[in-house]
Design a protein. Sequence first.
Length: 175
Amino acid sequence: MRSSVFVFLAAGLVAAAAAGCSSDSAASDSGASDSGSAVAESGGVSPAGPVVDACALLTAADITPLIGENDGGKPTSTDPDAPSCVWTNSQSYESVTVMIGDTDTAINGTLPPLPDGITAEPGPDGMRFVGGGQVEFAAGKRNNSVQVARLGSADEVNGEAVALANKIAPQIPAG
């Protein structure tokens, strides 16, 4: 059980390293607004649906109690139809990652079947746990995920991921 936490902590480190390699222009082009709106202020709509700013879905008050001081969230995807964001504590390398899926990947609020060979544990409200601290959830006709990558028991980090998913879900517009 503890080894799965370390595996996902390592995955968070890889995501953080990838985020560090991105250009500053990606951050300025993310569509983030001062109001914290998850949908770009321009009312941005891509061919797949409304553009979501993954970094605006959570606040410092959501992230800091989990991982401590952090970088404030950095976009990790340039795809406006599938945005993602990672918040990283540079001292502990703990992180929180949010990934918003493409439109129509979770039609009728139901997660799609898992690919062959992939296993998951059922979570609350139609969610599923795909590893220590990572939960997939349907919202806005999208298959989304949140990962809390930090040291802690699987029950603890899974609970934190579910709480964040429940905060994010109502903010994701239907495509």
